[in-house]
Design a protein around this ligand. Sequence first.
Ligand code: ADP
Ligand code: MG
Length: 265
Amino acid sequence: MIDVDALTVRFRTKSGPFDAVRGASFQVRPGEAFGLVGESGSGKSTVLRALTGLVPIAGGRVAIGGRLVGAQAQRGAHGRALQREVQMVFQDPYGSLHPRFTVDQTLREPLAINGLDREDERIAAALREVGLGPAYRFRYPHQLSGGQRQRVAIARALLVEPRVLLLDEPTSALDVSVQAEILNLLRRLARERNLTIVLVSHNLAVIGFLCSRVAVMRNGEIVEEPGIEAVREQRVQHEYTRSLLLATAGYRRNAADAIGVDAAM
Ligand code: ADP
Ligand code: MG
């Protein structure tokens, strides 16, 4: 479903060109959840933005569902199909929701852009799917909790029926108990809709909960692809990955305990 081959992303900066991602390669099969972990600034968000065609690809190639991603490739009908197929949810649900739009307006927008009909029906169903009742439909973001805002952001992403969901630290801004609710919601939705997911997190417990594979990034490069079982059981080889494991609060005990989720679910 996702094929990233020797991807290099280069930004122009005041001090010259800077490669935020260098020669990164990975593949994600349909319906699979792939994790990207690494310290802050290692290039995780840049990889996600490359998957949506939002950053300049200086080398290598990115394809989604067999379609090439990139400035040229994203013109016309081909590009619109691709944009609809790949949706993103960000860390800060407050920043990503328009403060003066009601939930209804926020959810109506992508439907209009993509020319989807039966708006009222779709919006009501989307709210139900993320566990928000009809009462939330005409609220503004400031009238919602952080977890509720993130549910709205997830509903917005799913409304256009994407095949790929990109999650950039989707629970990092939330309280631990709310994190677990949102992770459980994401896991249920991913299974029900057979979504292909790339999840970025600095938290290996979060990755271990949602993903079946993980790659470790450092300084723009993928440095290790430890097995997910090894991550869950803390048997990683690479010193850097070990330090990420230890940096994950409470990880020493148990990945699921650390984020307050039921590992058997
Ligand atoms: P992460 O998500 O792992 O924290 P990012 O992908 O956001 O890391 O950033 C990787 C590196 O690229 C950082 O050094 C960041 O400062 C740099 N970077 C990101 N976006 C830009 C940009 N638009 N222009 C210049 N540098 C950028
Ligand atoms: Mg980031």
